[in-house]
Design a protein around this ligand. Structure first.
Ligand SMILES: Nc1nc2c(ncn2[C@@H]2O[C@H](COP(=O)(O)OP(=O)(O)OP(=O)(O)O)[C@@H](O)[C@H]2O)c(=O)[nH]1
Length: 595
C-alpha cells in the first residue's frame, strides 16, 4: 500500500489535462508506441471529435523510482461545468491532484472551483504550469497567480508541456514524493467507494471503485450498504488501457468490479460496497446526488418511433446515469419525453448520441429550468415544463432557481460583461482584482437566464477571455409569464417558454423574427404570433411560395429529377408537421439563437 499513489488531474477546460495524461502514459510505458494516439483516454468518438472530456477515465501505471516499484492510479476528469459532478466523484477516490494551469491563459473560473473541490477533500495539490512551449506563454505572471491562489512556494510549481513532454518526468517524481500513500486498514471489513460506472453490452454495469479498507476477492458475496442489496463479484480487476482481471483488490487500490447488474439505477455513485459475511459498520460519507438543471422535451420526428426512442433512452441512461426522463405528450409533437440534463452541453451531447448511436432523429424543445409554483390553495409543485404552469388566477407566486456565478476576465471587458449580466437580471455581489488586469466578478443571477445563450455571449463579448463557473444557491420569487407561439392561429406548445415579465415583450418579438428566418416558405402564408394568455404581443408572416426543386432540371432526365425529389423528401424528414405548417427541427431551438 505504501507504494500506491492515487491522483487526479484537474483544470479549467482546454488547459491540457488529457494531453498531459497522454504523456504520463507514454513515459511510464503504459501504452505502447502502437497504441499511442492523441488523447488516449477520451475514448468516446464524440470526445475525440469535439476535443473535450465528457466522462472521467481511470488508468493504472507502473513507475520505478530509486529502484522501488510504484503503482500510480490516474483519473482524468472533464473540465466543462456541465460535467463537474464527474470531477467531484474522482476527487473522492484520490489523495492528490495535479492542478494544471495553461501558462498562456492563467487561472480561470474552473481552475478555482475544481481546486476548492480538491481542497475540501484534503487532497495534496501539485500545481503545474502547462503549455510552456508556446511563444505567448507568460510563466512568471501565471506563477504569481498560482502562488496567490494556493499560498504555496514558487518552487513548488512545476513547469511542463504536454506537447513536447518537457517536465513530465519531474511530474512523476513529484507524484511519488508529494502525494501521500493511501491510508486504511487492510484487516478491517471491506469498505469500497463507487466513484463511477459504465455500461457494457455484454457484462452489464462495470463499477469503478476505490478500496478504502479491507479487501475484495473475485467470487465474494458483496452488499451495497445503502440499498442493502447483495451481489456476486463476478470479476474484479484493475484499469489498464483495457480491464485486467485480478484475484484480489486491496486497501488503497483503484479498480473495477463486475456484479452482473443490468440497470444503471441500481448503481449509485457514492455507494459503499462491503462484504455480506463481514460487513463494515459505516457507509463512506456519500456525495450529493446529481440533480438535473435543465429540462427539455425530446420527441421522435416520426411519431411511430416513440417506442424505439424509449428503448434508446433507456440504453443511453445505462451509460449516463445523470440523464433523467419521463414520458410526456405535446399537442404539437405527439408522444415524447421530458428529459433532465446537467446543462446545455449535456443536452447537445445526448441529442447527438441518440442520433449517432441509435440512429434516432429527434426534436428537442426549448430548454427551461425547473420552477416552483405556489398556488393560492397552498399547494406547491415543481414545474419542469411551461405547460405545467397553472392558470394565473389560481397561482399565488412562482420561485426560480438562483446561482452564484464567478466570472474571471481581463479588465478591459468588465464594462460590457456587466451590461450583459445586468440584461440577464444579475446582481453583482463582488468585484475583485486578481492582478492589475484580471478581475473576478461575482454575480447572483437566475439560472433560467444563463441556460440559453449566456455562455456564448460571454465568450463573444470577451473575445474568449472570460471564464465562467456557477453553483446553485437557492430559489427566489420571480415574476414569470408563459409566452406562447401560434402558427396560423394554432398554439405550438413545444415552442412555449416561461419568461420574466419585463423581458417578455422583446423576447416575443425576437422569437417571431427568428422563426420567420427558420421556417421555410410554403404554399400558403404562415402567420407567426407571440402571445401571453389571450394577448398577441408580436407577429411576423412567412410569405407563400412553391419550391419547385426540379425547376433547374430542364431537359427530360427523369432519374435526375427523381434524385432531386428524393433529396427533398429527405429534407422533409427533418421537419415536423404542425397543423398544416412544416416546421424544421432547428426552429424548436430558435430561442437559443436569438440575437
Ligand atoms: N502547445 C501546446 N498545446 C497543448 C499543450 N497541452 C495541450 N495542448 C493543446 O490544447 C488543447 C486542449 O488540450 P486537452 O488536453 O484536450 O485539454 P483538456 O484540459 O483535457 O480539455 P477538456 O478535457 O475538454 O477539459 C489541445 O488542442 C491540445 O493539443 C501543450 O503543452 N502545448
Amino acid at each position: 500500500m505504501k507504494n500506491i499513489r492515487n491522483f487526479c488531474i484537474i483544470a479549467h477546460i482546454d488547459h491540457g489535462k488529457s494531453t498531459l495524461a497522454d504523456r504520463l502514459l507514454q513515459v511510464t510505458e503504459t501504452v505502447s508506441e502502437r497504441q499511442q494516439q492523441a488523447q488516449v483516454l477520451d475514448d468516446m468518438d464524440l470526445e475525440r471529435e469535439r476535443g473535450i472530456t465528457i466522462k472521467s477515465h481511470a488508468i493504472q501505471m507502473d513507475y520505478k523510482e530509486n529502484g522501488e516499484d510504484y503503482v500510480l492510479n490516474l483519473i482524468d476528469t472533464p473540465g466543462h461545468v456541465d460535467f463537474s459532478y464527474e470531477v467531484s466523484r474522482s476527487i473522492a477516490a484520490c489523495e492528490g491532484a495535479l492542478l494544471i494551469v495553461d501558462s498562456t491563459q492563467g487561472i480561470q473560473a474552473q481552475t478555482i472551483s475544481n481546486l476548492y473541490l480538491a481542497i475540501e477533500h484534503d487532497l495534496e495539490i501539485i500545481p503545474i504550469l502547462n503549455k510552456i512551449d508556446l511563444p505567448n506563454a507568460n510563466p512568471e505572471d501565471v506563477k504569481d497567480q498560482i502562488v496567490d491562489l494556493l499560498g504555496c512556494d514558487r518552487d513548488d510549481i512545476l513547469s511542463a508541456s504536454g506537447k513536447t513532454g518537457e517536465g513530465v518526468p519531474e511530474i512523476l517524481e513529484a507524484i511519488v514524493d508529494r502525494v501521500p500513500a493511501p491510508s486504511g486498514d487492510k484487516k478491517a471489513p471491506l469498505q469500497a467507494l463507487i466513484f463511477d460506472s459504465t455500461y457494457n453490452a455484454f457484462r452489464g454495469i462495470i463499477t469503478y471503485i476505490r478500496i478504502m479498507n479491507g479487501e475484495i476477492r473475485k467470487g465474494d458475496m458483496v452488499k451495497f450498504l445503502n440499498t442493502d442489496k447483495e451481489y456476486y463479484a463476478d470479476e474484479v480487476g484493475v484499469l489498464r488501457l483495457e480491464r485486467e482481471p485480478r484475484q484480489i483488490l486491496s486497501t488503497g487500490d483503484v479498480g473495477y468490479i463486475i456484479l452482473g447488474i443490468k440497470t444503471s439505477t441500481e448503481v449509485k455513485v457514492g455507494e459503499t460496497i462491503t462484504t455480506k459475511e463481514n460487513p463494515c459498520e459505516k457507509a463512506i460519507e456519500g456525495f450529493e446526488e446529481v440533480k438535473p438543471m435543465v429540462f427539455a422535451g425530446v420527441y421522435p420526428i416520426d411519431s411511430e418511433d416513440y417506442e424505439d426512442l424509449r428503448a434508446s433512452m433507456e440504453k443511453l441512461k445505462l451509460n449516463d446515469a445523470s440523464l433523467t426522463f419521463e414520458p410526456e405528450s405535446s399537442l404539437a409533437l405527439g408522444f415524447g419525453f421530458r428529459c433532465g440534463f446537467l446543462g446545455l452541453l449535456h443536452m447537445e451531447i445526448i441529442q447527438e448520441r441518440l442520433d449517432r448511436e441509435f440512429n434516432m432523429n429527434v426534436i428537442t424543445t426549448v430548454p427551461n429550468v425547473s420552477y416552483i409554483a405556489h398556488t393560492k390553495k397552498g399547494d406547491t409543485f415543481e414545474m419542469h415544463n411551461p405547460s405545467d404552469m397553472p392558470d394565473p388566477n389560481s397561482l399565488d407566486f412562482i420561485e426560480e432557481p438562483f446561482i452564484r456565478a464567478q466570472i474571471i476576465t481581463k479588465s478591459e471587458f468588465v464594462g460590457s460583461l456587466m451590461t450583459l449580466c445586468m440584461s440577464k437580471r444579475g446582481m453583482m455581489t463582488n468585484q475583485q482584482y486578481l492582478t492589475s488586469d484580471r478581475v473576478e466578478l461575482t454575480y447572483e443571477m437566475p439560472l433560467g437566464e444563463i441556460v440559453f445563450d449566456f455562455y456564448d455571449k460571454l465568450k463573444s463579448i470577451s473575445k474568449g477571455y472570460a471564464s465562467f463557473d456557477y453553483f446553485l444557491i437557492g430559489v427566489k420569487p420571480a415574476k414569470l409569464v408563459k409566452l406562447d407561439i401560434l402558427l396560423n392561429g394554432e398554439g405550438v406548445d413545444a415552442l412555449s417558454t416561461l419568461i420574466h415579465f419585463d423581458n417578455a415583450q422583446s423576447f416575443g418579438r425576437r422569437m417571431c423574427e427568428k422563426l420567420k428566418e427558420l421556417i421555410p416558405r410554403q404554399q400558403f402564408d404562415i402567420a407567426i404570433q407571440g402571445a401571453i394568455g389571450a394577448k398577441i404581443i408580436s407577429r411576423e408572416t412567412v410569405k407563400a411560395v412553391r419550391k419547385d426543386v426540379t425547376a433547374k432540371c430542364y431537359g427530360g432526365d427523369i432519374s435526375r429529377k427523381r434524385k432531386l425529389l428524393e433529396k427533398q423528401k429527405k429534407g422533409k424528414k427533418k421537419m415536423k408537421q404542425i397543423g398544416n405548417v412544416e416546421v424544421p427541427q432547428k426552429a424548436f431551438l430558435a430561442v437559443l439563437k436569438l440575437d
